[in-house]
Write a new protein. Structure first.
Ligand code: HAM
Length: 485
């Protein structure tokens, strides 16, 4: 039977790649949390009308790129092409705005869907991390989300990011500017591409963003928004630019930056990074202020500002630069068992090791040593533990260091401790961040305040060897030693 392909423009995230994606959104979430943002998860599908009204009927996204379908109840639904409209809908539906604590600050991440022509860095299902700050607008809110974005990019390892900013002013100013654009383009209407003919009618601003060569040339000579910006717009733009420069963030004002969604007003921005390879994945993120969206979607007169990153684009660049290798997971060891009796012993040992946090597997059927060593290597294991007939008879495990290829035999009853020692595990294995120096074993509570230790349950196996001096252990084995000290 013919196999089934993944839908065009989609991609599977497999093993370490999925981990890297999670790592990227985890870092973004951590930084957003630092800035006082909270998570908000909204559905992947919403009423079609939300995006028609929110993102804008005239945008390419709504006109051409949405996955729209009727559900079995005959409701017209759409897969979300972006996250802002859903967050605002939720803020309104749940009356989250009914608080004195404005701005509301939310972050989100997850898949978005746009029926675009797939190309480098462009997918039909892609992932975003985004934030929205909704309240009474001001330049500090704009500044804050831009700083948050840059902070997250730096935390991910991006060194030189360029921030382009522009102002799209108020709706009224934009209308005047649109009129001027229409006036200019009127004489060139027969030269522009089919899409731009539609944009001319619906939103001439978008003509400035067209990628068709001749239209790019025409856009260069078009009236500039600068000439229409109010003194206030200019002041805000200068303020944000200078503040960003003051934080050493490379920032340029780009009057051709119009963005692809209709809800923007005031400051808009995009982040760019060109990797040394020269490959251009497109903008890694973008956003801006929206002053009417909340109102247009049936909510109160609140303003918002936010941005979203494209996680695919962040991933491609970071991956190309080798900055995601630390997110790859390796096995600590592989237990190789030969024969049924050995397999059972191997499985018991495996279980003990796993309870101590050792990442390990074993073979469930006999295979050649050669292929098993190969597997150990593939999984990045440091040790192979071999249990065959001889080992079972002598109650030992052969431990092979896969780097030095040296091999030793360790008795069954010592093997767990031996391995934990070799792997450098102590009771801090599960919470590496704690820098307490106590070397007490796992059952002892130390005073490092990391909240990870259990009280001493002392059926103590410490043989009086607990030297941490910090724990409250009063078991007969530990106490005499402590008293001596
Ligand atoms: P956007 O510029 O349409 O803004 O998308 C944000 C980012 O998502 C882009 O910069 C890009 O990195 C990524 N992206 C967009 N389309 C694709 C695609 N087809 N494949 C891969 N990545 C893509 C928004 O979506 C706004 N909601 C941002 C925002 C939040 N504005 C205010 N608040």
């Amino acid at each position: 039977m013919a196999s089934i392909n993944s839908p065009k423009g989609t991609h599977d995230l497999i093993s370490n790649e999925a981990r890297a994606y999670k790592y990227i959104s985890d870092i973004c979430e951590e930084v957003a949390t630092l800035y006082g943002f909270n998570p908000l998860h909204t559905p992947i599908f919403e009423a079609n009308e939300l995006f028609a009204r929110g993102v804008g009927d005239a945008t390419d996204i709504v006109r051409k790129e949405m996955y729209v379908f009727k559900d079995k109840g005959n409701r017209l639904m759409a897969l979300r092409p972006e996250g802002t409209a859903g967050v605002i809908r939720s803020i309104i539906a749940n009356k989250l705005y009914a608080t004195n604590d404005l701005p509301l600050r939310y972050y989100y991440s997850g898949p978005m869907f746009r029926y675009e022509r797939p190309q480098l860095g462009r997918y039909r299902q892609f992932h975003q991390f985004g934030v929205e700050s909704v309240g009474i607008g001001g330049v500090y809110d704009d500044l804050e989300v831009i700083l948050l974005a840059v902070h997250a990019l730096q935390a991910l390892g991006f060194e030189t990011i360029t921030t382009r900013i522009n102002s799209l002013s108020t709706r009224e100013t934009r209308e005047k500017y649109k009129e001027a654009l229409k006036e200019y383009y009127k004489e060139h209407l027969n030269e522009v591409c089919g899409d731009c003919k539609v944009r001319y009618e619906q939103n001439p601003l978008r003509m400035l963003d067209c990628k068709v060569e001749h239209d790019v040339e025409l856009a260069k000579k078009a009236p500039k928004i600068t000439d229409f910006l109010t003194e206030n717009d200019k002041k805000d733009l200068e303020f944000v630019k200078n503040a960003l420069l003051g934080f050493n963030i490379e920032t340029t004002i780009d009057f051709s930056l119009v963005r692809g969604l209709d809800y923007y007003s005031g400051i808009v921005f995009e982040f760019e990074y060109l990797p040394p390879s020269g490959k251009n994945y497109g903008a890694i993120g973008g956003g801006g202020r929206y002053d009417k969206l909340v109102n247009d979607l049936g909510g109160p007169a609140l303003e918002g500002v936010g941005f979203a990153f494209g996680i695919e684009r962040l991933f491609h660049i970071l991956n190309e630069e080798g900055k995601l290798e630390h997110t790859n997971v390796k096995d600590d060891l592989l237990i190789i068992s030969v024969g049924d009796t050995a397999r059972f012993d191997a499985y018991s040992l495996l279980t003990s090791l796993r309870t101590h946090g050792v990442r390990a597997t074993t073979n469930f059927s006999d295979k050649s040593f050669k292929s098993l060593f190969k597997i150990a290597e593939l999984r990045g294991a440091k040790y192979a533990l071999i249990i065959g007939e001889n080992e079972v008879n002598n109650q030992v495990v052969s431990v092979r260091d896969l780097e030095s290829q040296s091999q030793v035999e360790v008795p069954y009853q010592e093997i767990v401790n031996y391995i934990l020692e070799k792997l450098g595990f102590n009771h801090h294995h599960h919470h590496e961040e704690c820098d307490c120096d106590c070397e007490g074993h796992e059952h002892h509570k130390c005073k490092c305040e990391c909240d990870e230790h259990d009280e001493c349950t002392c059926d103590c196996e410490c043989d009086g060897e607990c030297t941490c001096g910090e724990c409250n252990c009063t078991c007969p084995e530990c106490s005499p030693k402590k008293k001596e000290e």
